[in-house]
Design a protein around this ligand. Structure first.
Ligand code: SF4
Length: 339
């Protein structure tokens, strides 16, 4: 059965052969509350509960096939009826704030060389409902999740319509009610997607995986840069920022010996000129088969010193979830589905 999230009430009525339209609303309310089994939806008539429960038990299309916990992060592997498997993660900052990290695609077509998901290629896009189901499943783990980042598997801006429909559903007042400003879309620099997002005028935050501000290095590591080089990317970001008036995040995955030199810091400072940005330094999480080195401590400290001298706003993220491969660029699954 397809996901019931993001569907119109009349579609839910049709799919489940309901007698009364308001029953669709009751089912949606139950899903938002984390009641997924039809048999537990006590606000539905008993006969209907029994019929739906006999037909398919759960009202979700995805089921959790694996759960791992480490470093205050919980990672779920979720399988959909066609055999597609994705991963999503609940991250905690240790001070009571929980963030859902969601996938937007099964695999990813972008092929960034430092990213494990990129090695899968694109298997298929997720539907809006399948994206929202990840949030519902992570919420059902028991803590209130206030923030969402699209930093799991996939390039969300390449699955634009579904990602935007999911964002609207997650924002719905009679649903999960997450503020747009607490949602962050991450992109590897898909310029047409950034332009569409700018036009749409939904006040979500944007994070760009920059990795290098030198075209030659970036094109070598991130194929997207061959199609949309840094100059085009920067111009799209300037125009996004004019519309949104919000600070952007530049994710800077630090790769040992590749993007941590004094020159790298100087070109990063050059790229930041004219933008209001926070650079998020992410020392690369080792993935043995990808052939990069994690930066050494001395290298990280030197780069940080350079950024301080250059007066660049930055933070450094020691990825939560590293122990369960739930950090950025480390989600990859063996899906039975093939695109
Ligand atoms: S870093 Fe993001 S865009 Fe690049 S391959 Fe990985 S998932 Fe895709």
């Amino acid at each position: 059965m397809e996901s019931l999230f993001c569907l119109k009430n009349e579609d839910i009525v049709r799919i489940l052969a309901l007698d009364k339209p308001f029953q669709a609303k009751i089912i949606h309310q139950n899903l938002v509350k984390g009641v997924f089994d039809f048999s537990q939806m006590t606000s539905l008539p008993k006969a209907l509960r029994e019929r739906l429960s006999e037909k398919q038990g759960s009202a979700l299309s995805g089921k959790i096939i694996r759960k791992e916990t480490a470093d205050s992060a919980v990672k779920l592997a979720v399988e959909f009826p066609d055999g597609a498997i994705i991963e999503c993660v609940r991250l905690s900052d240790g001070e009571g704030r929980y963030t859902a990290c969601l996938s937007s695609q099964v695999g990813c077509a972008m092929g960034c060389a430092f990213c494990k998901t990129g090695t899968m290629g694109l298997v298929r896009n997720l539907t809006a409902g399948e994206i929202v189901e990840q949030f519902a499943l992570l919420s059902s783990l028991g803590e209130r999740i206030s923030h969402i980042v699209f930093m799991g598997m996939g390039e969300a801006l390449q699955n634009f319509t579904a990602a935007m429909d999911a964002i609207k559903e997650l924002h719905r007042e009679d649903g999960f009610g997450i503020s747009y400003r607490k949602m962050t879309i991450s992109t590897c620099g898909l310029v047409p997607g950034i332009k569409k997002l700018t036009e749409l005028d939904i006040p979500v935050r944007l994070a760009v995986s920059l990795v290098s501000s030198d075209d030659e290095t970036r094109s070598r590591i991130m194929r997207i840069n061959r199609a949309y080089p840094l100059k085009e990317l920067k111009s799209a970001l300037i125009s996004f920022q004019r519309h949104q008036d919000r600070r952007l995040t530049l994710e800077y995955c630090m790769l040992g010996g590749i993007n941590t030199s004094h020159d790298s810091a100087a070109s990063l400072a050059e790229f930041c000129k004219g933008l209001d940005v926070l650079v998020n330094l992410i020392p690369w999480n080792p993935v043995p088969e990808l052939g990069f080195d994690a930066p050494e401590e001395g290298e990280i400290r030197m780069f940080e010193n350079d950024l301080k001298k250059l007066r660049i706003n930055y933070t450094i993220r020691r990825s939560k979830g590293q122990g369960i491969s739930g950090a950025c660029g480390q989600l990859a699954t063996e899906s039975k589905a093939r695109g």
